[in-house]
Design a protein around this ligand. Structure first.
Ligand code: ADP
Ligand code: ZN
Length: 730
């Protein structure tokens, strides 16, 4: 009897066994989605293994698989290995991995969208009297030009009567076609003139180096460190062409939705006729369903997407590109807390493929791996066409009275005068990061989290950026009753208002996650910016990296200090990356660019190094510091997050947990710190503690930790989560 091992999409962490009925032999394969009965209810499961078993050896009768959801498997056996690896490495349950990797829209098998089309029957050479039926004649001419057209489109131009007349005369007939829901079907984000590019000798050399790895069919990682505007994207495109010619597929990962659109459009214009697949969480169910199907069907294709695209089931996967590999957006903040870049590398390993990481500011981890592991370092140290990196001015804000320094205003005036474009960057959305009373010590704080509420002027509400709690703005201080309410600090909304006041003639637009509500709206802003319908683009980290707008000649960083003040060993690295990336948006075209960095600590070493985009110097001093304290990449950190509503219970449990863990791991070379109160003490009514485990090799310890957790009784009301290779220590 053929027996299938099936994982269901529910929090049960072991496979269930089902019999494969004879009628389904061949249909049910490893990676098939199967309809099964669990208990009394119908469920969908993923087949992870098939085995011939003697029925006599089974201790109980097996239920049969009822049917398969699709005719073909939706994942291959190697992808299933990847799911298991993630569950093990990131100490999370397998269920949460398959739940993320195979989203519910794929499990549901939503039907394809059919649309009604009109087909021109050219063989019935029609005779329509032009004078007698002028409208019908016109419609005929139109159909000659458009022999196959959606009915709805025809009806936008001609009446239903005309349609019926033509149908009666057998000049057209009606069909149904499957509508491809193609993400970003019609966009205009590019300068179309940038085609037919000849690679520079430096670019060609890197393409050759990666091509050699591809030819060897052995797993390899290359890190492309190229300054902003050095032509990394063109290197990727050439490699994609190479892989497509060899009949392979490419997965191209990006950290940010805004970048996806730009890259997709570029690829579609370069590879005409090739359906570039797009995958990220901002797409409609239909678009995702079609992209998944497209991946399964194509022997060779390109898929572009954000973090979760790393799970797309591509055939003949040969190359994975991880652009802006240093970005923390690749790490998922909730279960399963995987790092998209690291999963991409492991996937490349499983598939004997090549992984190409790219960045102008590589993560210290990846850079370290080029020195002490087998990653190959490729460099593009100069911008294309001898274009200079922008000139950076550092303004000491201790001597300025306003949010906009005098220098920034002057530079903005100059650039607007010349009809050039400006990007302003501020890492705070909303209007004011906090609202306080001038007379007493009152600060409006979230009742569920230990942080101040941010004032949003557009909605006239105070909003918690962690749990979305909202309340009306107080007209009086709730504590002392005065009406002296102060908006403290600046957010993007307030900057937008200031820009409008300072430069009333300029057209400004704001991009931050507050305007992300409407689907793709930000893409239209970017497209308008490209077409110079917007002079000043202002936003948060969403516009900090990757975007290529040649007419931008001035970039202003309103507050460079925000990320330096964080109590996190990565604060320097984040600041360096942010400053260099933001500055990199300036002067990418023919006119050279300038950057104004506003800071209260102009003497700071990191600000100095970013000013010159001096990665070499930065990485040396950063690695020294990391080694001295045993921080990553010298050791890994596993952050154990403990939370609960009852503070006493949480504290007791955390201390106990820590003690037991120390005893349990006594013979392993680990260091355990904590428990300590998390910087964000309370989140959504739960108090928070954390314990840090420092360890040289994660894979050597995860099984032990898994065992440790399984032996533990966790009191109700206490929550425990492991965050392996944590990036966020809030
Ligand atoms: P990066 O990804 O390193 O920031 P891009 O690949 O976006 O850089 O390149 C920056 C600009 O230079 C783009 O407008 C691109 O079209 C152009 N470019 C890249 N390579 C070449 C080349 N070999 N010849 C001419 N222009 C190029
Ligand atoms: Zn809150």
């Amino acid at each position: 009897m053929l027996v299938a091992e099936v994982l269901i999409f529910a929090p049960i962490d072991r496979a269930l066994f089902y019999a494969v009925p004879d009628a389904l032999h061949g249909m049910v394969q490893v990676g098939s989605l199967a309809n099964i009965i669990v208990g009394q209810s119908k469920k969908i499961g993923l087949v992870i293994a098939l085995d011939e078993k003697n029925p006599a050896t089974l201790s109980y009768p097996l239920k049969p698989i009822l049917s398969t959801v699709y005719d073909i498997p939706i994942a291959d056996a190697t992808l299933i290995k990847l799911y298991f690896w993630i569950a093990k490495y990131y100490l999370c349950d397998l269920f949460s991995v398959i739940d993320t990797a195979i989203p519910s829209v794929i499990r549901k098998n939503i039907p394809f969208k059919l649309i009604s089309c009109l087909q021109f029957a050219s063989q019935n050479e029609p005779a329509i009297d032009k004078k007698k039926f002028p409208k019908q004649y016109e419609a005929l001419q139109f159909l000659r030009r458009n022999p196959s057209i959606a009915k709805s489109e025809f009806l936008e131009k001609f009446s239903r009567n005309i349609l019926e007349a033509l149908l009666r005369k057998n000049i057209i007939y009606e069909t149904f076609q499957r509508q491809e829901r193609i993400a970003y079907g019609a966009l205009d984000l590019l300068n179309k003139c940038s085609e037919n590019i000849t690679l520079t000798p430096e670019q060609t050399q890197i393409v050759a180096s990666v091509t050699r790895s591809l030819a060897s069919k052995i797993f390899n990682v290359h890190l492309l460190h190229g300054v902003t505007g050095s032509g990394k994207t063109e290197v990727y495109i050439e490699l994609i062409r190479h892989v497509l010619n060899r009949g392979g597929s490419v997965l191209y990962l990006l950290p940010e939705l805004a970048l996806t659109a730009q890259v997709v459009e570029k690829l579609r214009s370069r590879f005409e006729g090739l359906p570039v697949l797009v995958w990220h969480s901002g797409l409609s169910d239909g678009e995702r369903r079609d992209a998944w199907q497209g991946a399964l069907n194509a022997a060779s294709t390109v898929a572009v997407g954000a973090r979760s695209a790393v799970f797309l089931p591509l055939n003949n996967l040969q190359l994975i590109i991880v652009d802006e590999e240093h970005e923390s957006a690749y790490k998922q903040g909730e279960h399963p807390r995987y790092h998209g870049r690291d999963v991409a590398i492991y996937r490349a390993k499983l598939y004997d493929a090549v992984c190409l990481l790219g960045s102008a500011t590589p993560s210290i981890e990846s850079y370290f791996n080029t020195r002490f592991k087998n990653y190959k370092l490729e460099m593009l140290p100069r911008r294309i066409d001898r274009c200079q990196l922008p000139l950076v001015h550092v303004v000491d804000m201790r001597y300025e009275k306003n949010v906009f320094s005098r220098l920034l205003i002057k530079k903005m005036e100059e650039r607007l005068e010349k009809k050039e474009q400006i990007i302003l960057f501020l890492n705070r959305r909303g209007y004011a990061p906090s609202v306080l009373c001038k007379c007493c010590d009152f600060i409006a704080t979230c009742p569920h989290c230990s942080i101040p509420l941010t004032y949003h002027k557009t909605k006239n509400l105070l909003i918690c950026h962690f749990c979305s709690y909202r309340e009306a703005l107080h007209s009086k201080c709730p504590k002392c009753g005065t009406i002296e309410i102060l908006y403290n600090g600046i957010g993007t909304q307030r900057v937008e208002q200031m820009v409008n006041e300072l430069f009333p003639q300029a057209r400004a637009a704001r991009i931050d996650s507050d305007i992300m509500g409407k689907k793709h709206e930000f893409i239209y802003f970017l497209s308008d910016f490209r077409r110079k319908k917007i002079d000043i683009l202002l936003g948060t980290q969403m516009i900090a990296k990757g975007l290529d707008f040649p007419n931008v000649t001035l970039v202003g960083l309103l507050n460079a200090d925000g990320s330096l003040n964080q109590q996190d060993f990565r604060a320097n690295e984040r600041t360096f990356q942010l400053l260099v990336q933001v500055a990199g948006r300036a002067g990418r075209g023919e006119i050279s660019g300038e950057v104004v960095i506003q800071t209260h600590i102009p003497g700071n070493e990191i600000i100095f190094l970013s000013k010159n985009a001096d990665y070499a110097e930065f990485s040396v001093s950063e690695l020294k510091m990391r080694e001295m304290f045993g921080y990553p990449p010298y050791r890994h950190i596993i952050n154990v997050n403990l939370s609960g509503e009852n503070l006493e219970l949480l504290k007791l449990f955390s201390e106990n947990f820590s003690k037991k863990l120390v005893d349990f791991l006594i013979n392993d070379s680990v260091e355990i710190r904590g428990p300590m109160v998390s910087p964000l003490e309370k989140l959504q009514n739960r108090y928070r503690y954390s314990i840090l485990i420092f360890v040289r090799s994660v894979s050597k310890i995860v099984e032990k930790l898994q065992f440790f957790r399984s032996q533990l009784t966790i009191p109700s009301g206490i929550y425990l989560a492991f965050d392996v290779d944590a990036l966020d220590f809030l």
